[in-house]
Structures are given as C-alpha cells and as structure tokens.
Write a protein that binds this ligand. Structure first.
Ligand code: FEO
Ligand code: CA
Ligand code: CA
Length: 675
C-alpha cells in the first residue's frame, strides 16, 4: 500500500485518509488525547500554540523550555559511537557483565571466546533486562533478568565449527566450478550454506543457563559498586529451575506434562523481559517471547484447542531447528512429544530474593501472554493492583486486582492468586474500561482464561494496541503510563484488502489511542483511574507523548507531539520507570541507524520526562546496536543501575573482545540524588 504519510502534507494526508466530516471528530479526539487538557487544566500545554484547532496542534515546535525545569542535567546530544554517554556532571561505570562470576567456582570468561557450558549457571546471565533492587537492614540485593541469548556471541566454538563447515562446502563447490569451466560443461548450482549454530546438547545447556534471573548482593565501596561473589544470597534461576504453579490453571490437564503429571509444577522461566516488585519485597519476573524456545521434530497432531493456542501465541509447528533448536537436544521442548509444555510458560513469576532456597511461583491468575513487565499499585482499600502489557502487535493491556487487601507483615499468599484479571478497552472519547475476564463475559472457564488469556481478551472486545511494553505507576499521582513501542502494521491492509489483524483476528484499525497507521515511532499512553482508585474499572486517558521526527516530517502525526523537537528525538519507547519525585525515565529499543525516518535520533537511549510540564530530555545513550533496558536505584537514591542489552560494538571490554550485555551504575559527580 502506498505510504501516504511520507508523501503528502498532513492536511493532504488527513483529507485522503479520512473524509472531512470524520476527520474533524477524529482530530478532536486525538487533540484531546495529546493535549492533556483534562489532566493539566490547560495551564501548561505543549509547545507554544499547541493543542489548538484542527491539525495545527500536531506541528512540532521547539520544546517548551520550562522556566521551572526539574531536570538536574543539561540535555545530552544524540550519539552514534560504541560506548555509553551521560550528561556533564555525571559518571558511569560497569557493574557486571554477561559471564562475570557470581560464585568463585564459576568458569573464567575469555574475552574472545566466552565461557563453557559447564558452570554457566554460576555467572551473570546474558542480555540484561528488567531489574529491581531490594534493601533490608543495609543489605542490597540486585535482581536482574536475562532475557534471551545471542548464539553468535555465546557459542563461539560452534560458530567457528559452522564457519569451517561452510568453508569446506565453498571449497568443494569452487573446485567443481573450476573443473566445469575447464571442461566447458554446465556449472554446478551454488551450494546452500548452513546457518545452524546450536549443534549440541552442551550448546543448548549453555543457552538455557545464561538466561533467566540473577540474584546478587551488591555493595558500594571506595572504587564504586561491585558484586559480592559467593554472597549467600547469590542465585541463578534459569530454564531448568524447578517452579510451582498456582492460581486457576494449576493442576489443569493442559498443564500436565511428562516432566510433571500433576500440572502443578514447572521447570524454568523463559524470556524474562521486564520486571516488577511487590509491596512485600518479592521480585516479579515476566515471561515474554517464550514461544521461540519450542519446536518440533515431526508433524504435530494435537487437539484443536491446543493448536489454536499455538497459533495465537506464535508457537511454530514447522519441522525445522529454529534459532535455538532446544527441541533438537531436549525433548521437553519438542511439542510433538510434549504438546502441553508451552502452557507452562508465559506467566508472571514471584521470586523471594531473601530466601535463596525458595521455589519461584508462577502465578497463572495474572494470565498467560507475552508479559512485558508488572507494575503494582495499591487501591485506597489496600488491594493489590498489577498492570501488565502483552508485547505483540495488536495485543492487549491487562490489570489484576486482588480479592484480599495487603496488610504489611500479614499473609500475602492469596494476593496474586485470588482476584480478578481485567483487559483494557480504550474508547475514542478519551475514557476507557477495564473489562473483567470472567467466565460469564468470555465463555471460558477460569483455567482457560488463565492459559489462553489472549482469547479471553478478544472475547470481550479489548482494544488492540501498538505493542504494550513497560507500564509504570506514578508514585506522586494516581495515574499509570504504558509505552506503546511501535506497530508497523497498524492500519495497513492485508492482501485481500482487509485491515490487518492480530493473531486472533482482531483488526488493528487506527484509533485514538493508536492514532498512526504504520506506527514506526511509538507513543506513551497515560490513564487516570476514576475516583483516584487504581481498582476502579473506568478511567480517563491521554497520550503523554507521541514520538516522531519533526526534522523529517515538518508537521502531521509523524512529527510527534510538541514535546518532541530536533534536540530530544527518539523512537520506540520501551523500558520505563517513574522515580520517587515523579520523573518518568524512558528507555528505547528502536531503529538506531540514524538515517531517513530516524535521522538525528542516534543510538538507543534513556530520557527523562516531566509529567507535569511535558518536557523530555535525553539523559543517557547506549553503545551502537544496543538497547537500553532495565532501571532501578540504590537504597539511598544516589546511584542508578541501568541495563545495556545486546551491544553491537565490543562494549564494554574494547577492541577485539566479545560484546557483553552489562549493568552499569550512573552517579552524580557531586554525590547528589538521582531519583
Ligand atoms: Fe522484551 Fe517487549 O521487550
Ligand atoms: Ca522491552
Ligand atoms: Ca522492544
């Protein structure tokens, strides 16, 4: 389909996209959505003249330089090199990298080849993501997710063996070709080169053990922060760690497997993306793209319910090794032999960091989907609310409300297992509803709602979103924020001319909360629950920011909202935390080629946003190729811990070394507060 948005002016685009009568209503809706008139009382709108009349409000202007800026730093310019940058007056340092020892018996890390499979459960994991810091009587524990592996970097021996096999294939081909040329006969066909890196049970074991969760004690000394190797709290949780299942799906037939005939236990946690915490001091890890670890060695023949689940959750039934090829060496991941195994993944898992021997609990009541993170709030009555996003194009946002109230020091065992899961519907009139996923509303029983939550959301008409990533709750106001990172298919047409859908067939039409067709930049939605109660089922919403590129698109939706300017551009907001002062820290996972639609944005980055003035400033940039994801603070709020995932450059060890995902610390040089 012709991309109208890049070839027409905003007005022309409007006219072509929507008949005039409709565009006026649509304009009003989007204007209200991004002007925050309702939330700010019109006192401090975005840039000068913003939020007025027709589409003019969409014209990006120089950022409103708030007189009373709350930022304690000058904006950092975009960067394109292979290292981390922070503003003047701040410093950063590497705390821990993939392969660093948590225990003194860990294998040594070689800077060019990595580490072996044996002992790979004794080191800090790969591809750092969500993290939380816990403090008890001066002991600080940093708990960090390791989301996914990078076989090209993690399995250097297998990569070398693959390259050698391909070298031999090419050598033999060249010999045949030379001979054919000499003889004047038909040239041989070009050979197909191999691309399968994962090629042994040891390879699979190594990958399984460098993902999951790392728990480690950290301490600040004269040289900065360090991990206390061999602390009794240190722990690695990975793809084979025993877990308990609780909630409505526990014990259900769909969870029974060869490894656990009762359906009440599970092995491992997968694709641990964002994080969360509970008011009672436990860690929540969130299973996102769990589907990618399962595969099949033969034709899959199972019942329609299970097959429909595979289809909705993206579990491949193609007979192929896939990227990780677990099923080639570990039958648990072969769905032709263990069709229910994928049903034990896709949950929120609670880990008690203070009890290294404790068994993590998979809370099925909070639903099964591609969980990004888990952000809690308390209702005025003391019920526990957990907001969650399902990061896939056109999937939904969810909210859990506990049945019982949280009492400090009291019993917390039911708070994530007894209650009600809801899914979000965002209406174009700037209100929305959390729709309860009950058997009556969905036509599904409680266990199936927990296992096939996406289908339950579809059944009640949830709003298809532009890939919900992290959700953050503002501790200084009763409101929540969600990064909607991008959606290249929003509003686009399938081959038959119909609007594209999510995997469940729900159309991804353009709507007020996802207002851009082919959304390449992303936006952050904010909602305020009615009655200042996170337990309320209704809310008002607006867009805190629509990212965009005002230097490429002088106006129109792709220029972004007026709090985006040539100086602070970014795309694909993803990680997000709100600090104790109410500033929003936004991390990006987007296109960092710095060209075309993304010119001037530089590498992925972390920005700070003021929810009151709308102002956004760039604070940190990651190395080329990396994603900046995961953020938490030391107990004294004088150190930020920031995650640098999958650096494309040899970060942080320098020339000739393997790139290593790392957690860094960031401090103010004067020792001041950073959140
Ligand atoms: Fe793991 Fe949606 O990011
Ligand atoms: Ca993410
Ligand atoms: Ca992302």
């Amino acid at each position: 389909m012709k991309d109208l948005t890049t070839e027409l002016s905003a007005d022309e685009w409007d006219e072509a996209k929507f008949p005039r009568a409709e565009v006026q209503e649509f304009d009003r809706v989007v204007e209200r959505a991004i002007s925050r008139r309702g939330f700010l009382g019109g006192t401090l709108a975005f840039g000068s003249g913003a939020a007025v009349m027709g589409t003019a409000f969409l014209k990006a202007t120089t950022a409103h330089a708030a007189q009373d800026s709350r930022f304690a730093f000058q904006q950092l310019a975009p960067q394109t090199d292979g290292t981390v940058h922070v503003p003047e007056g701040y410093s950063w340092k590497t705390l821990v990298r993939w392969g660093d020892p948590l225990f003194s018996d860990a294998p040594e890390f070689d800077r060019t080849t990595g580490h072996p499979a044996q002992g790979s459960d004794r080191v800090f994991g790969e591809n750092t993501d969500g993290m939380e810091l816990f403090n008890r009587r001066g002991v600080e524990l940093l708990v960090v997710n390791s989301e996914y592996p990078n076989p090209k970097v993690n399995l250097t021996e297998s990569v070398a063996a693959l390259e050698e096999r391909n070298r031999v294939i090419m050598e033999q081909y060249n010999e045949r070709r030379t001979a054919a040329e000499a003889a004047g006969t038909e040239l041989p066909p070009e050979p197909e080169l191999e691309d399968q890196i994962v090629s042994s049970a040891d390879d699979v074991l190594l990958l399984q053990q460098i993902q999951g969760v790392s728990v480690m004690e950290v301490v600040e000394g004269e040289e900065g922060w360090s991990v206390i190797v061999d602390s009794p709290y240190n722990r690695r949780i990975h793809h084979n760690t025993p877990m308990v299942l609780d909630g409505p799906a526990a014990g259900h037939d769909l969870l029974k497997t060869a490894a656990n005939a009762t359906g009440t236990r599970s092995l491992g946690t997968f694709n641990n993306c964002g994080s969360g915490r509970t008011p009672w001091g436990t860690y929540l890890t969130c299973e996102e793209n769990f589907n990618g670890y399962f595969g099949t060695s033969s034709e899959v023949a199972t019942d329609d319910t299970v097959m429909a689940g595979y289809q909705r959750y993206g579990i491949s039934t193609d007979i192929e090794p896939g990227r990780y090829n677990y099923h080639g060496y570990d039958a648990r991941f072969d769905i032709s032999r263990n069709p229910n195994e994928p049903h034990r993944a896709g949950y929120i898992i609670e880990i008690d960091p203070w009890e290294p021997e404790s068994t993590p609990v998979k809370h099925t009541a909070l639903g099964r989907f591609k969980h990004e993170n888990a952000a809690y709030a308390l209702t005025p009555a003391g019920r526990v609310v957990v907001y969650m996003g399902d990061d896939e194009r056109g999937e939904f946002m969810y909210k859990w409300v506990s049945r019982d109230v949280y009492v400090p020091g009291g019993d917390t065992s039911t708070l994530l297992s007894e209650g009600q899961l809801h899914v979000a519907r965002f209406d174009d009139d700037m209100t929305g509803e959390w729709v309860a996923l009950t058997p009556e509303a969905t036509g599904m029983d409680a266990a199936r709602i927990a296992i096939f939550t996406r289908m339950a959301g579809s059944a009640v008409g949830a709003t298809t979103m532009d890939r919900p990533e992290w959700i953050a709750v503002n501790p200084t106001a009763v409101e929540g924020y969600c990064c909607l990172t991008n959606n290249s298919r929003r509003g686009t047409l399938a081959e038959d001319g119909s609007v594209r859908t999510n995997a469940g067939g729900d159309p991804m039409v353009v709507n007020a909360v996802n207002p851009r067709e082919t959304n390449r930049y992303g936006q952050i939605v904010r909602w305020r629950p009615h009655d200042d109660d996170h337990g309320a089922t209704t809310f008002d919403w607006d867009l805190y920011v629509m990212a965009g590129n005002p230097t490429v698109h002088q106006n129109g939706l792709y220029a972004g909202t007026a709090n985006i300017n040539a100086g602070n551009m970014f795309n694909s907001p993803d990680g997000m935390q709100i600090d104790t002062t109410g500033l929003i820290w936004i991390q990006t996972d987007g296109d960092d080629d710095n060209e075309g639609e993304f010119a001037g944005m530089g590498n992925n980055q972390m920005l700070a946003g003021d929810p009151v003035t709308g102002e956004i400033r760039r604070f940190l940039t990651g190395p080329k190729g990396s994603e900046v994801t995961g953020l938490t603070w030391s107990a004294d709020r004088r150190t930020m811990f920031v995650g640098i995932q999958h650096p494309g450059a040899p970060f942080p060890d320098g020339e000739g070394a393997l790139p290593r995902s790392a957690v860094i610390t960031v401090k103010r040089n004067d020792g001041g507060l950073v959140g």
